[in-house]
Design a protein. Structure first.
Length: 320
């Protein structure tokens, strides 16, 4: 459930809760623990007891490779695996779609899904919407992200168009499989939520069309994906401004489209290299820290990696 607490202009402060009872104050900085851990010596205990972390992101692709999502399932899901099993901690899992971008030299995209060559030992891995949902169900995260293709910017218009159309079809498959998995009697987290992801590269018309289409699918929330992957900063903000008005209309049953202008970034995730980055009291906007890099991936220094802009309109409480 998401509740708006205060608005001022376009700024919005809110709070949402997930299946494990975690309460997240928004806007929020979301720590990235790709393989269920923060590199650099910050333990799960540090995150929840010393830093007061509210939400953490882990990666489906990397956890599928090691230790294996089946292992995490046997241990009771990510919350227990990470010792993030307290009542205030929320976990989001990325779908593996970012690796479609970052491991572009090691994968092949088809309608069915994506075949990867493992960056660890080269063995072949297939991941499509259904596989991504099954892995994330095994992980038992609070929020599962839909499987998508993150297109490199700049991208040819025709390719970006075909890609976001395929991502729409993939979301439909994700939704069907996610609903099935949540209904199973032995699922790790039957309250797991599904977030759809907006794509369309840097083309505002594609972004708007795609947001309008995925909003018709009953997800719990939505994210603007595929940004901060090569485009100028001003272009990133232009795309956010173009998409945001189309993110919240259905939360209000379409009765007042003007309220969509109040939509804002509710969560941003970023990566840092050392424990000092997370233990520091302030995160100045001008700070540029090297990103935590998995073997086989080479983001530029200063990059924040995956940036998601989340709209939690599917969880809005009545009257908000």
């Amino acid at each position: 459930m998401f509740k708006v607490i205060k608005k001022e202009g376009k700024a919005r402060r809110g709070v949402f809760t997930c299946a494990h009872g975690g309460e997240v104050q928004t806007p929020v900085f979301m720590n990235v623990g790709t393989q269920a851990a923060i590199k650099g010596g910050v333990s799960a205990i540090d995150l929840k007891e010393r830093l007061g972390t509210q939400i953490e992101l882990s990666n489906t692709y990397h956890l599928h490779l090691r230790p294996g999502d089946d292992v995490v399932r046997q241990l009771g899901g990510l919350h227990k695996f990470m010792r993030w099993d307290g009542p205030i901690l929320t976990i989001l899992t990325d779908s593996g779609g970012f690796q479609v971008f970052s491991l572009s030299g090691l994968r092949k995209i088809k309608e069915e899904g994506v075949t990867f060559a493992s960056h660890l030992d080269g063995h072949r891995i297939f991941m499509g919407p259904e596989e991504s949902m099954r892995i994330q169900s095994n992980l038992g995260s609070d929020i599962a992200m839909a499987f998508d293709e993150c297109v490199e910017n700049p991208a040819p218009y025709d390719y970006a168009k075909a890609s976001c159309e395929r991502t729409l079809r993939w979301l439909e498959r994700c939704k069907k499989e996610h609903d099935r998995l949540n209904a199973l009697p032995d699922t790790v987290n039957p309250g797991q939520m599904l977030f759809g992801i907006n794509q369309g590269a840097t083309y505002a018309d594609l972004r708007i069309w795609h947001m309008q289409q995925i909003a018709k699918i009953d997800c719990d929330g939505y994210a603007i994906g595929g940004l901060a992957v090569g485009e100028p900063t001003e272009v990133m903000y232009e795309i956010i401004d173009a998409v945001e008005p189309y993110m919240t209309a259905r939360a209000w049953d379409g009765t007042d489209m003007t309220v969509s202008a109040d939509a804002l970034c509710q969560a941003i995730n970023a990566m840092a290299a050392t424990a000092a980055d997370y233990l520091s009291a302030d995160f100045p906007a001008e700070a540029q820290q090297p990103e935590t890099v998995q073997s086989g991936e080479a983001p530029e220094l200063g990059s924040t990696g995956m940036n998601y802009v989340f709209d939690l309109r599917g969880m809005l409480s009545d009257g908000e």
